[in-house]
Design a protein around this ligand. Sequence first.
Ligand code: URA
Length: 231
Amino acid sequence: MNWSAAQIQAWESLALGPRWQMKNAAPKQAVDTPTKASWESLKQAVANCQACPLWQSRKQTVFGSGTELGQWALVGEAPGAEEDLQGEAFVGMAGQLLDQMLLAMGWNRSQDLFIANVLKCRPPGNRNPTPEEASACAGHLQAQLQWLRPKAILIMGRVAAQHLLGQDVSIASLRGKPQVLTIDQGLQAFEVPALVTYHPAYLLRNLEDKAKAWEDLNLFAEILRQRQCLP
Ligand code: URA
């Protein structure tokens, strides 16, 4: 680092002895201003990704779904068979339930939000992502969130909650408690309110918890209102 005269003067006033700086402090990079081209380049990076072995079994990558111009984001787990086939997130049975839930709230995936997953490739047999797969894919989700700068994030299911919050705990213990995610963005970081709820695939098997998911969506609507995303 080159020190300016004012910096040297300020340093000397601290009386910390000879000037030094942390050896391993990696220089932080500024993130590009979001543009259509930079969003397209994220898509290309996902389409070409071979960072974990899932590229060998996928039919195609699933970048996400919805609109990158929406005000908020939803994060799920990983593509299933139908998503792998169509290249779109949440288009199978779970996706149809998700669309009904969004619609009931007055939201629409093509206008209001972007839907991303922790993994961009289908794990064979729809097994849970391994920690290695999730960490190999983490940069893609982080880049999407950096670009989107969502005003709020709805986290669906335990895998997504574990990945984004770093806590492997039940949805029952997380739901109803708004969280704050810190997204590192080059020279700065930004904070996004987030809420955890049940994954729609879980709700298809546990109909009795749909009422709790409805409560969660209403609480999330409150967060969107506070963030001026809703009237
Ligand atoms: N489940 C997910 O978590 N994501 C999808 O895209 C589809 C099913």
